[in-house]
Design a protein around this ligand. Structure first.
Ligand code: PRX
Length: 692
């Protein structure tokens, strides 16, 4: 019986182990300069841990009506599942896999594990496209709507599971005609149309490995990814709609293909009807010429459980992007079960995940999770503020969306745009809300709860990563009392550990590095073509455990709080502060929309705190002072920003995450170094530099 599981249930995660924390020398000098009213006067020993500074004590139990019908409806039920998943890993996951996936051939072994290499459902043969489509049709549910789609200009489509299988089969047959076979890599660079999901599933159907590249990346980024993956074929479109404009895609792809010698063919969907789309003879083929004429009954190919399903590139802070590799059976099962547990999926739900399929959220919670679970998913092509800032709420009302899954960056934008856009619409269909991608500031959480959830809908703040394949920690909406800003507790089978620099577990409320101590079915299997980087990045710092790269703390109720990336920690006078807590204090001021906080070198304190904030209304010297005092009163003097810069926007990744790394360089007056290819809008960076 793995001891970690028992200790989790008895004492909360792995922090039961004796703390052998760092033994720093007391540093009288720094304690002298700390103002006493800071509340830090009894913390004169600089700590190797990350100080927890914010005291968020609000708690929201699930409404009784929700609990009554919930998939997991009691804490005992959760604890029982959790206990089994960890104590009897093979028994539990073996049963789950047999029940929830289709097997062409049964597996002989549930899990082979020797860190860092895991194999799940060894020897079995399945197919993710079969699990997403054929299974439902065989069970007589082929007429259920799988995808409700709305284009940015307003066209709509409704596609049943039966119809989706036909489309996927046609596309799969076309890919085969174009020379794609088992193990070949297909790069996908497409707008958020059903054909994007269809192409992903078509690859899965024939054993090709898809590599979706978000359709906002440059030609250079596409070429890098094609080259790294050795892609054989590309699928793209003539263009896409974004905020009312047509953006050409094919030209960008052509530029990329000039530097992608491995790509032999390019399949092009006509989405916007661009004139004069350049088509290269012998290489480029139209979707309507090549896919539409296929018969639509191509059977799914039985594939090894560990066959690669997809690669998804994710940026590292330095070096080129990493191709995270996920495989078939374990990932598929993890996406399905986490979807069902966290989103409490019921047959009549209309579920909407607002992410793009170019990110892992789209892979796991638009395509593989919901479709394997037989859900009806809304898919929207365009921007949230086109033609106006009420577009999302109009969609919720029109399609009677019951579950909405979005990102903190979007929530902060909605707050900034004003409540009037929400107030125009009837949101009474909603029953559950989700958040993903970044920490959600408690005040943004409260707005989501009050304004969108109308104090009726539980919020699931889901923590996970591209690497984890699916959600790792989240409230279960029927049973978990939520606390704004906390992702609460781990899902069944997940054993988190918070450790210090020497790999020892830390005490409650002491921050440390978040690791995962046991394998789980959806875990990454490697970095495409770079075993060394895989070991180095995730498995070398804390032996035997997966290093997430995030900091976290666990509170007295065993709830987890993600405190930001390890690299983002700020060290003020020996106290390691988390960015999210200082940012949340800033955002709790009524005039602040967004905040990013970074450390910059300071002779006296080690690091000083620089804050970048966007505000509603006038930025003034007075407001700057007021914000400093606000943070001081919310947290204490130690966390008071040394400087605050007002800015119209913050640099973000294309998936909406604040890029603190770049702000760090700007705050310390350095040239911005490292990979900036994931930056969404370069002009933000230029503007921040000139504002210096
Ligand atoms: O730092 C954490 C943050 O996003 C990282 C993973 O990013 P990515 O691979 O792009 O996947 C995003 C979609 C899962 C994490 O290491 N993150 C994600 N969700 C949360 C979060 N931070 C705090 N709270 C979350 N709910």
């Amino acid at each position: 019986m793995p001891s970690a599981a028992v200790s989790y249930l008895q004492k909360g995660g792995m922090r039961h182990q004796a703390t052998d924390g760092p033994h720093f020398q007391p540093n009288g000098f720094f304690s002298d300069i700390l103002p006493r009213e800071s509340g830090f006067d009894n913390m004169t020993e600089p700590s190797g841990q990350i100080d927890h500074v914010l005291n968020e004590s609000r708690s929201f139990p699930p409404p009784a009506e929700f609990t009554e019908k919930a998939v997991i409806s009691s804490m005992e039920q959760y604890e029982e599942i959790y206990r089994r998943a960890v104590e009897d890993r093979d028994g539990f996951w073996g049963e789950e896999a047999r029940q929830h996936l289709h097997w062409f051939e049964p597996f002989q072994e549930v899990c082979q594990w020797e860190a860092p290499n895991a194999k799940w459902f060894v020897g079995g043969k399945t197919n993710a496209s079969y699990n997403c489509l054929d299974r439902h049709i065989e069970a007589g549910r082929g007429d259920k709507v799988a995808i409700l789609w709305e284009g940015e200009p307003g066209e709509t489509r409704s596609i049943t599971y039966q119809e989706l299988r036909t489309e996927v089969s046609k596309c799969a047959a076309a890919l085969q005609d174009l020379g794609v076979g088992v193990g070949d890599v297909v790069s996908i660079y497409m707008p958020m149309t059903p054909e994007l999901a269809i192409t992903m599933l078509a690859c899965a159907r024939i054993g090709a490995v898809h590599s979706v590249i978000f359709a906002g990346f440059s030609a250079e980024s596409i070429a890098d990814r094609n080259q790294d993956a050795g892609a054989k074929l590309m699928v793209t479109a003539d263009g896409l709609y974004r905020r009312g404009k047509v953006l050409a895609l094919k030209e960008t792809v052509d530029e990329a293909l000039a530097k992608s010698p491995t790509v032999e063919k390019c399949l092009v969907l006509k989405r916007v009807g661009q004139d004069n789309v350049p088509m290269q003879e012998g290489r480029d083929v139209w979707w309507h010429d090549c896919v539409d004429s296929q018969s639509g009954d191509l059977p799914a190919v039985p594939l090894d459980s560990e066959a690669s399903l997809f690669i998804l590139y994710t940026s590292g802070s330095t070096g080129k992007p990493k191709g995270i590799r996920h495989t078939t059976a374990g990932y598929n099962l993890w996406a399905k079960r986490t979807f069902e547990w966290v989103f409490d999926h019921r047959d009549d739900d209309v579920y909407w995940c607002t992410a793009d399929c170019g990110w892992i959220t789209g892979h796991s919670y638009i395509v593989y999770g919901p479709l394997t679970a037989g859900a009806t998913c809304l898919m929207y092509e365009g921007a949230p503020n086109f033609p106006a800032e009420n577009r999302f709420w109009e969609l919720v009302e029109k399609y009677k969306v019951t579950i909405l899954y979005t990102a903190p960056t979007a929530i902060r934008a909605f707050i900034k745009w004003g409540d009037e856009h929400v107030d125009k619409h009837d949101l009474s269909s909603l029953r559950l809300l989700g958040s993903v991608g970044e920490g959600i500031n408690p005040e943004a959480w409260m707005w989501y709860h009050r304004k969108i959830g109308q104090e009726r809908c539980p919020i699931v703040d889901t923590w996970w990563q591209t690497e984890t394949g699916g959600i790792m920690m989240s409230p279960l909406p029927g049973i978990t009392a939520t606390k704004p800003g906390s992702c609460t507790r781990p899902l069944p089978g997940i054993v988190p550990a918070i450790v210090n620099e020497s790999g020892k577990s830390v005490d409650a409320n002491q921050g440390g590095m978040l690791c995962i101590a046991q394998p789980w079915p959806g875990m990454l299997r490697g970095i495409w073509g770079d075993e060394e980087r895989f070991v180095d990045q995730y498995w070398s710092k804390v032996p035997g455990m997966y290093l997430t790269g995030d900091n976290a703390r666990q509170d007295e109720d065993d709830y987890y709080w993600i405190m930001g990336r390890i690299d983002d920690v700020i060290n003020v006078s020996g106290h390691r502060l988390s960015t999210i807590e200082v940012e949340s204090a800033l955002v709790s001021h009524e005039l602040v929309c967004e905040a990013a906080v970074v450390g910059r070198p300071d002779d006296l304190k080690g690091q000083a705190i620089s804050a970048f904030v966007t505000v509603t209304g006038e930025a003034s010297e007075e407001l700057r002072k007021e914000l400093k005092m606000h943070v001081r009163s919310q947290i204490g003097a130690l966390a008071q920003p040394d400087d605050i810069r007002f800015t119209a926007s913050l640099p973000k990744t294309r998936s909406g995450k604040i890029m603190r790394r770049l702000l760090r360089d700007i705050a310390s007056g350095q040239e911005v170094v490292g990979d900036t290819s994931t930056l969404e809008d370069y002009s933000v960076l230029a503007k921040l530099r000139t504002d210096d």
